[in-house]
Design a protein around this ligand. Structure first.
Ligand SMILES: [Zn+2]
Ligand SMILES: [Zn+2]
Length: 153
């Protein structure tokens, strides 16, 4: 019988065969030790992520700067890059709804430059892709565009 190659790297001999259920879908893996270690790490990350998301955003506290959702809604400013990680699912919804909210309350819609809407979309995408560093930089840019001369920000 021929040796089976790892189905991930397609290079090393598969030494492990196991079934993993993710999102109700059963998949059989035949993989090498090297890829199994990588996969176990990723799997653990996903589990930690799921555990974190199970806590409602208003109960979360940033472990780096101590920001909470309440401090964010009071100031509109997040404390650090890690905050984006802690509140990402909430932020995506918040940002996606934000521009709509601005125009709906009948504030001067023309005060929002058209490219800010595109920037908000980009920001939500960056957070979804977990590019928090870029997200924070973009958020600062949006704040400057939106805030004009407001030096509170
Ligand atoms: Zn492999
Ligand atoms: Zn923080």
């Amino acid at each position: 019988m021929e040796k089976e190659l790892c189905q991930i790297c397609k290079h090393r001999i598969a030494e492990h065969r196991f079934v993993r259920v993710v999102g109700g879908v059963e998949t059989t893996y035949s993989i090498c030790s090297h890829c199994k270690a990588l996969m176990d790490n990723k799997y653990r990350e996903l589990q930690e992520e799921a555990a974190r998301k199970a806590v409602p955003p208003e109960m979360r506290v940033c472990s780096v700067c101590g920001s909470t959702l309440q401090s964010f809604s009071e100031t509109g400013v997040l404390g650090c890059e890690n905050c984006y990680h802690v509140f990402d699912d909430y932020l995506i919804e918040y940002i996606r709804g934000y521009h709509g909210a601005v125009t709906h309350v009948g504030m001067d819609a023309t005060a929002v430059p058209p490219d800010v809407e595109a920037l908000f979309k980009e920001l939500a995408d960056l957070i979804a892709k977990e590019e928090y560093e870029k997200a924070q930089a973009l958020n600062d840019k949006i704040k400057r565009l939106m805030g004009g001369g407001d030096d509170r920000l």
